[in-house]
Design a binder for this molecule. Structure first.
Ligand code: AMP
Ligand code: ZN
Length: 486
């Protein structure tokens, strides 16, 4: 046991800031502060976004499992994220859908929460919104102006990179060299002094609904400043982990970092910077703007495979690749994940129902202690979940082939205990309420027909019947959610 505890205290995390795997040491004993950039709520999440949030859910779950008191802050971007440096994404969507911007925010925040709860992603400890923290952002901008690291022009405020670079190195996270860009010519339309100066506050056109009073007139905050303001408000000037997708590394995270260094005059914002890699579809990044994406609902009722997938299978599929590797979506991968999921669940069920009296001792067949250590070693190696999963399959093989009786009573109990830790607490998988045979074609047809009946019932406003069908479906482990909720 001592050895297991020793291994548990050896978590290594790949730190983008240093480009190395480093031993995880917290700033405050037994406490961890983690900030992850949340979604811009103008659309339903696609599967790529889900991958990033599931990956950090594993980090959150594992740190809690190790006994840390974790404060996990994940924001909601409800203002300031511009599309091609022009229009606010939420304003644009409100124009398209004919809704108030805050109706858009409400609609897609609900959808975000709903999707992540389907995937059994735990809610963060704090979920601050950008519009709820305008005072903090304005204060931070004022401080940057005071330190000559920002300047105001016509009601907008920009970060002054040239001045910043005289005091601090820029590009430490992304390793981008921006010196050559300083001499590049600006467009006529651009009022900032240098091409790489980014906006902290943008003046708003009088017709712009999403604008607020500030010392520089009516406007709205830039995207980067919100994360610096919210992370430091809840986690302090320096905290343990900062996370997000790798596409945010530059410019978003680099700018967050520069703002924090500029205001607090410290070396960095977070000790460890973690970046998840992209989920691709047909070899290209999943993204709403290019139309190259899949949503969760496309997989739960998968038209291509003509199958229904329990959400935990989709979660399990996401976990098949290491979070720092690019992962390409494929139906085959999803089907394999399904098979693997059922194998593991079968083993868990056998373990749960085993009668300890029937067991005899022989621990040469399967060394449970060695197995537990290997599992922890895998997670501790920068969250190597695919390796952990391969260890889970080793145990699954032993359990499902009934050679488990050779392991020994106390060891079986140990195996059961740790299998439950790894499968449910850390990987966050869930059991289906009733087991179904996923390859049963007739069953699939029946489900599709039931869903059709339900759609007809809804058309006829027969809510009692439609609710009843939904309840029945979820009872047999087929979660059903109306489109509007996605
Ligand atoms: P957004 O709402 O666009 O800011 O994205 C929310 C989170 O999803 C960010 O951390 C992004 O880096 C991440 N993300 C976006 N696209 C993908 C993708 N294709 N694969 C994995 N993560 C992604
Ligand atoms: Zn952010």
């Amino acid at each position: 046991m001592e050895e297991i505890n020793y291994i548990k205290n050896n978590l290594k995390i790949y730190n983008t800031l240093t480009g190395k795997k480093e031993l995880f040491k917290t700033i405050h004993k037994k406490h961890v502060g983690i900030y992850v950039c949340g979604p811009t709520v103008y659309n339903h999440l696609h599967l790529g976004n889900c991958r990033t949030f599931v990956s950090f859910d594993i980090v959150f779950r594992y740190l809690k499992h190790l006994g840390y008191k974790v404060r996990y802050v994940r924001n909601i971007t409800d203002v300031g994220h511009l599309e091609n440096d022009l229009e606010d994404k939420i304003s644009k969507k409100s124009r398209i859908e004919g809704l108030e911007p805050m109706e858009i925010v409400q609609k897609y925040t609900l959808s975000f929460h709903n999707l992540l709860s389907i995937l059994n992603v735990l809610p963060p400890s704090i979920e601050p919104t950008a519009t709820g923290h305008l005072i903090e952002q304005i204060d931070m901008i004022k401080e940057l102006i005071k330190r000559n690291l920002a300047y105001e022009i016509n009601g907008s405020v920009y970060f002054n990179l040239k001045e910043y670079k005289k005091l601090y190195p820029y590009g430490i996270l992304s390793k981008n060299k921006i010196d050559k860009l300083f001499n590049k010519k600006l467009n006529f339309s651009e009022e900032k002094r240098n091409l790489q100066d980014f906006s902290l506050w943008k003046r708003a056109h009088p017709s712009h609904i999403m604008s607020w009073n500030s010392p520089w007139g009516k406007g709205f905050p830039g995207w980067h400043i919100e994360c610096t303001a919210m992370s430091t408000k809840y986690l302090g000037e320096i905290f343990d982990i900062h996370g997000g997708g790798i596409d945010l590394k530059f410019p978003h995270h680099e700018c967050e970092l520069a703002q924090a260094i500029g205001v607090y005059n410290k070396n960095y914002l977070a000790h460890y910077w973690m970046h998840t890699n992209m989920l691709t579809l047909n070899g290209k990044k999943m993204s709403k703007s290019t139309g190259n994406f899949l949503e969760l609902k496309d997989l739960i009722h998968n038209k291509f495979c003509k199958k229904t997938f329990f959400p935990s299978i989709i979660r399990f599929f996401i976990l098949q690749s290491h979070y720092r590797s690019v992962m390409d979506f494929s139906n085959q991968g999803l089907m394999n994940a399904e098979k693997g999921y059922y194998r593991i669940m079968k083993a868990v069920k056998i373990l749960k129902n085993l009668h300890p009296k029937t067991l005899t001792m022989n621990h040469h067949v399967f060394d449970v202690f060695y197995w537990i250590k290997s599992c922890y070693k895998a997670i501790n190696d920068d969250f190597n979940i695919p390796l952990l999963i391969s260890h889970l399959f080793e145990a699954t093989h032993v359990v499902n082939s009934f050679s488990i009786n050779d392991i020994g009573k106390s060891h079986v109990n140990l195996l059961k205990k740790y299998m439950i830790y790894f499968v449910f607490d850390i990987l966050g998988l869930q059991e289906q309420k009733k087991e179904i045979n996923p390859s049963e074609e007739k069953f699939q047809i029946l489900i599709e027909r039931l869903i059709k009946f339900r759609t007809e019932a809804r058309k006829q406003k027969n809510w009692i019947l439609s609710d009843r069908i939904r309840e029945e479906l979820s009872y047999i482990g087929i979660p059903f959610h109306d489109d509007k909720l996605f």
